[in-house]
Design a protein around this ligand. Structure first.
Ligand code: BEZ
Ligand code: FE
Length: 306
């Protein structure tokens, strides 16, 4: 290594050390660790890619636009975290694998507290358009022991790929909660899930366009399952055969969450004898396994401060 190359590397190393040292007096040890390691990782990135000043100016401009478009109801930074796989990576890191516990995935922006309660076998579609879908399963622990009374929240988009909250004239549909019975079993009518794009009319959409990526999410049904003494499970189920499984824009698909759905012809008898007026319907089975652990209030965690 020539003298000049060594001198350059020494200057770069020295700066990293100075910035790390600036956090030495941080009273909170976790915050100190996070900032020191962030410094090392970010500086390493800048040095490896030899980031130019004009490239960094463009990054600042991008982040500024991301801030400007963010409002109480639109969180572009979370969307950015989603399309970079950061949201999904924090989910994976934060929920270590345990036995055959159901894998978690991203929470997304469309959960609402206070969804309607339905009885087991009830319909959560709220009259929204779509193919009726019967979903049933059990909630157990990792030893197969049923968890009676587990709370199961479900939310989904309509046939057009829109959640109820995305309409100007808001009426609740496509969401509900229910409680597992004494054998840990649950069942409900919903809608066969439809693919839809994440909001792509802002800087995150520009990023997707610039990189030739699609804003579409693979079709899915959201679940949040809670029971005292168990780790809160936030997950989705996907549809085997969906062509978007490989390119989900927020990296939410896990192999174990892809389910077989059966399509029943018009007029085929339904599991609960419900008369669908001769419409075709779909069904799947999703057995949910909870890991022992702590509850997390995801709605609170994701709430943005106005
Ligand atoms: C969703 O599944 O609802 C979602 C997740 C991440 C970003 C946007 C939407
Ligand atoms: Fe969704």
């Amino acid at each position: 290594m020539s003298h000049i190359v060594r001198e350059q590397a020494a200057r770069e190393d020295a700066l990293v050390e100075r910035v790390r040292a600036s956090f030495a007096a941080t009273p909170d040890p976790r915050l100190k660790h996070l900032l020191e390691e962030l410094t090392t990782s970010l500086h390493d990135y800048i040095r490896r890619v030899r980031l130019t000043e004009s490239e960094w100016a463009r990054v600042i401009d991008f982040l500024t636009r991301t801030g400007h478009i963010t409002t109480e109801t639109r969180q572009e930074f979370v969307l950015l975290s989603d399309v970079l796989g950061i949201s999904m990576q924090t989910v994976i890191v934060g929920n270590p694998a345990e036995g055959d516990a159901t894998e978690p995935t991203v929470f997304g922006p469309f959960f609402l507290n206070d969804s309607p309660r339905i009885d087991l076998g009830g319909d959560l579609s709220g009259g929204a358009a779509g193919e009726p879908a019967w979903v049933e399963g059990t909630v157990t622990d990792t030893h197969g022991v049923p968890i009676p009374g587990a709370r199961i929240e479900v939310w989904e988009a309509d046939e057009e790929g829109l959640y109820d909250v995305q309409h100007d004239e808001y009426a609740v549909y496509g969401r509900a909660h229910m409680f597992a019975d004494e054998r840990g079993a649950y069942r409900f009518w919903g809608l066969f899930p439809t693919p839809y794009p994440i909001p792509d009319d802002g800087p995150v959409g520009d990023l997707l366009t610039a990189t030739g990526r699609s804003p579409y999410r693979a079709a899915h049904l959201h679940f949040m399952v809670t029971a005292p003494g168990y780790r809160t499970l936030v997950t989705h189920i996907f549809v085997r055969g969906d062509v978007l499984l490989e390119s989900d824009s927020v990296f939410g698909v896990q192999d174990s969450l892809i389910y077989d759905w059966i399509h029943h012809s018009a007029g085929a008898p339904t599991p609960d004898g419900r008369d669908l007026g001769g419409a075709p319907w779909a069904s799947t089975r999703f057995d949910i396994v909870l890991a022992v652990g702590e509850a997390t209030d995801y709605a609170d965690l994701m709430r943005q401060e106005p």
